[in-house]
Design a protein around this ligand. Structure first.
Ligand code: B3K
Ligand code: ZN
Length: 880
């Protein structure tokens, strides 16, 4: 079958499996090219399925070695096997066993799905449908089985043998060269959570006792020699386990919890039961080779995968349409953990930046889909910002709407009622309907309707009646396949800010719910607040209480007043960003940059006051304020007929203008925030570094000569990667010999550190200059780069695809280059190729010339013979 003819799988067609598999016994003899897999499956008819139905097991590129039913070899007339399936047209209508033997070639598995080798380490990735690349199986999340796994290997090649669950036996085999280990996982699980690892690995470990008294051995495994970089991951694991006990009442449930870091991995990490496998980028950290950002992401991703043990593993998904049931909820949980570990407002700002840049842009383009999609051809293309990040926003809104207490009781009920099952969004929401007594039918529309709603807000103060009326209206734009949109339930957390700060809200309007929330669930709504002796400025969507775009009729002067007076930190940041965004949208959409001079001095004035005030008591927050919306944010806000060069020019001009006006205080910040003492990744010093490095970035545009000296000195003196990377990034803004010398110096210093060199590759791919495409091509030819390693591809090629002006070059060369790489990469790794192709998701917002060039690059990909289902699906949907 050609990829473009792949069947559409639809939510409405779901039916339970006709067969269940209660237990799986696997006997795997590891070998680089000939790994032998013997599976013993105990099957029985599903009482919920169709009686007398055929048994069709899934496969993917498999070859059947042998098959026996109840230990008797099966007659060839009674089954048929292809690489994609193993069918028994008339199996016995009772419980029976199947023994199935397959042989695999892990060394040749470049798709990194199923069993493969990464730098000599055997590992697996089975979500969403990789288990069928190991043995024939009912590879669907609602078929849950108890697994026992025997692994055998050469001791020298794989001294460490790991699988899910608890270790039950391990021994040398006669002769002493080979050994085996047997692992048993008592918790029934879907095949996508299966994992094994075999290889030469070092580890760090720590005993842990859960709140309910279970003794657990925690361990983090890494490539030999790298155990010194595993400590932060282990420390993060301990902290997130305690947090889940305290905040969600969740305890761990096996005797061991293992994390393994590998260097070739298609995504960030995977939550396999008791055996999380990670991209080493999200495990390895020490001060010379990891930035503050790395420490933060490691902590967050370790937590995310650990939290899946309950939200994902103990309670899994009935089918892949329910993916957000585990992903949105688990993102929400990891966001809450990080907020508690660090600064809540700063974390919220960072998350909203990510949401807008990744999800809002997806929702506005051809790949838009609901949080719960209704149809797919390739499920691996739906691990998207919409399912993850918007999915988390939906949970956050639920909490705001029903209140903390009903939310907490609803979670408890969900854990109790759905434990051990493969559940649906409806079952999840039922728990909150029960604990809150609210009808959540309308709220559930967030799961069904794609597109980012816009809320238009305007306010009127009437001095005669001392009242303030707020008019709110919502609309959601059409998205592919969904032209008609209904209103959604939007919790608008708000405050009214007067001259001396927040005005008390409590008795001002009957429409207000606890916590100052107005619920906009109709197309429009007016709320009147009374008893106001002064005209207030409304502070809306506090804490970003809903994933919507807000258009409000406040002038810049009022917004800047909110920037200094709002009690809600998120909205202080937002107010400043809104003023900058409006100016950049006006300038970037027209070509008149002259108005930006006045705006730069107005914004600089506001920042001067901010930096001189108590603001710098929270440097991480101040750093977020200093970071203006990026060119891609402005392009997204403009939304149509976008000229990326005009947007970039506007951004440069405003940033430079602010930098020049503030050059003195910025230089002072840069010198006063220099850390004394040894590096620590803690929030305090990381925040000071963030502010100091934002200052350096603005100085690089404003006073390049001085900034170049500062950056070079910072690079030379730094004892940590954060400051070195910031110096490199600042220098990339200042073309010339010094920049090239620093780039060269960086690669010498970090030779042999691929994860650090990824950042070096990306910094170069992001240079907004015409020479960047050639630079990227030259770097591809260097030994640092490899198309076979997903991290290298994401750093260098993904970096270029994220470079607004150079991906979207007017001559179309950026599109042609990326399309060519997608086609080449698709032959070895379709998942990484289709991710890269998603970089075209905003192509329709471009001006005519670029749009046509982007379309023709997409069409070239779509017309390529032999495409994978992954790439064919993204190409077709992007063009539709
Ligand atoms: N569940 C995995 C992602 C699997 C992606 C499959 N293409 C990691 C996570 O979300 O935690
Ligand atoms: Zn996840």
């Amino acid at each position: 079958m050609r990829a473009e003819d792949a069947p559409m799988i639809r939510l409405e067609d779901y039916r339970p499996s006709d067969w269940l598999i209660d237990t799986v016994d696997l006997d795997i003899v590891l070998d680089a090219n000939r790994t032998r897999v013997r599976a013993l499956l105990q099957l029985r008819p599903n009482p919920q399925g169709r009686a007398g139905a055929p048994l069709v097991l899934d496969g993917d590129e498999l070859t059947l070695g042998s098959i026996a039913l109840d230990d008797v070899p099966l007659d060839a007339a009674l089954y048929s096997a292809t690489p994609q399936s193993l069918t028994l047209p008339s199996p016995p209508e009772r419980a029976f066993s199947l023994r199935i033997e397959t042989e695999l070639n892990p060394a040749a598995n470049t798709k990194l799905m199923g069993l493969y080798r990464s730098s000599g380490v055997y590992c697996t990735q089975c979500e969403a449908d990789g288990f069928r690349r190991i043995t024939y199986f009912l590879d669907r999340p609602d078929v849950m089985s108890v697994y026992t796994v025997r692994l055998e290997a050469q001791k020298a090649e794989a001294p460490v043998l790991l699988a899910n669950g608890n270790l039950v036996a391990a021994a040398e085999l006669p002769g002493g060269e080979r050994h085996f280990a047997v692992w048993h996982d008592p918790h029934p699980k879907p095949a996508y959570l299966f994992a094994i690892v075999g290889g030469r690995l070092d580890h760090v470990r720590q005993p842990y006792v859960t709140a309910d008294g279970r003794k657990v051995e925690l361990a983090v495994y890494v490539e030999p020699g790298k155990a010194g970089r595993a400590g932060w991951a282990l420390d993060s694991l301990v902290r997130c386990m305690r947090w889940d006990e305290r905040v969600f009442g969740r305890n761990y449930d096996l005797d061991v919890f293992n994390v393994v870091a590998v260097s070739d991995f298609n995504m960030g990490a995977m939550e396999n039961k008791g055996l999380n496998i990670f991209n080493d980028k999200y495990v390895l950290a020490d001060p010379p080779t990891a930035s503050d950002g790395d420490y933060i992401s490691i902590e967050a991703i370790i937590a995310h995968e650990y939290f899946h043990n309950w939200t994902g593993n103990r309670i899994t998904c009935r089918d892949w349409f329910q993916l957000c049931l585990k992903e949105g909820l688990t993102v929400f949980r990891d966001q809450e953990f990080s907020s508690d570990e660090r600064s809540r407002p700063v974390k919220r700002i960072a998350d909203v930046r990510t949401l807008r840049s990744t999800q809002f842009s997806e929702d506005a383009g051809p790949l838009a889909h609901p949080v719960r999609p209704r149809a797919y051809k390739e499920i691996n293309n739906f691990y998207t910002p919409t399912v993850y990040e918007k999915g988390a926003e939906v949970i956050r809104m639920l909490k705001v709407l029903i209140g903390d207490d009903a939310f907490a009781r609803g979670m408890d009920l969900y854990f109790e009622r759905c434990d051990g099952t493969a559940a649906t969004i409806e079952e999840f929401l039922d728990c909150f309907i029960e604990t809150s007594g609210q009808d959540l039918g309308h709220f559930a529309r967030w799961y069904e309707q794609a597109g980012t709603p816009t809320v238009v807000a305007s306010g009127r103060y009437d001095a005669a009646t001392q009242s303030f009326t707020l008019d709110l209206a919502q609309s959601t734009p059409p998205t592919p396949g969904q032209s008609e949109k209904a209103p959604v339930v939007i919790p608008v957390a708000l405050g009214l800010v007067g001259k001396a700060g927040d005005l008390p809200l409590d008795s001002l309007s009957p429409a207000l719910k606890a916590g100052g929330v107005v619920v906009l669930d109709e197309p429009s709504l007016s709320v009147t607040f009374t008893g106001l002796t002064e005209a207030p400025a409304p502070s809306l969507l506090r804490g970003f209480s809903a994933p919507v775009r807000l258009e409000l009729d406040l002038g810049d002067a009022e917004l800047l007043r909110l920037f200094s007076a709002d009690s809600d930190s998120f909205n202080r940041w937002q107010a400043f960003q809104t003023v900058a965004t409006r100016a950049l949208v006006r300038a970037g959409a027209g070509s008149d940059l002259s108005q930006l001079d006045d705006k730069a001095s107005e914004l600089a004035q506001a920042l001067k006051g901010f930096l001189a005030g108590p603001a710098t008591a929270d440097p991480a927050f101040a750093a977020q304020v200093l970071r203006l919306p990026g060119p891609a944010d402005i392009a997204r806000e403009i939304g149509r007929n976008v000229d990326p060069d005009a947007v970039f020019a506007a951004h440069r001009k405003l940033s430079r203008g602010i930098g020049i006006a503030l050059s003195r205080p910025l230089a002072e910040l840069h010198s006063s925030l220099r850390e004394a003492g040894p590096y620590s990744p803690a929030a305090g010093p990381a925040g000071r570094r963030a502010l100091r490095n934002e200052a350096l970035g603005l100085l690089a545009l404003a006073t390049p000569e001085e900034a170049s000296k500062l950056a070079q000195a910072q690079f030379a003196e730094a004892d940590n990667l954060t400051d070195r990377l910031a110096a490199l990034a600042a220098m990339t803004l200042i073309p010339g010999e010094a920049r090239e010398a620093l780039i060269a110096r960086f690669s010498e210093l970090y030779a042999g550190e691929p994860l650090v060199l990824d950042k070096w590759l990306m910094a170069q791919a992001l240079i907004p200059e015409a020479g960047t495409l050639d630079r990227v091509k030259a770097l591809m030819a260097s030994p640092t780069f490899s198309l076979g390693n997903p991290n290298r591809v994401r750093a260098l090629i993904g970096g270029l695809a994220a470079n607004l002006t150079q991906f979207n070059r007017a001559d179309g060369a950026g599109y042609g280059f990326i399309a060519g790489i997608v086609i080449e990469l698709d032959r070895s790794n379709p998942q990484v190729a289709s991710r890269l192709l998603s970089s075209f998701k905003t192509w329709r917002m471009l001006e005519d010339g670029r749009r046509e060039k982007a379309r023709s690059a997409l069409a070239m990909v779509a017309a390529t013979p032999g495409l994978s289902r992954d790439v064919a699906d993204i190409a077709a949907r992007s063009l539709a």
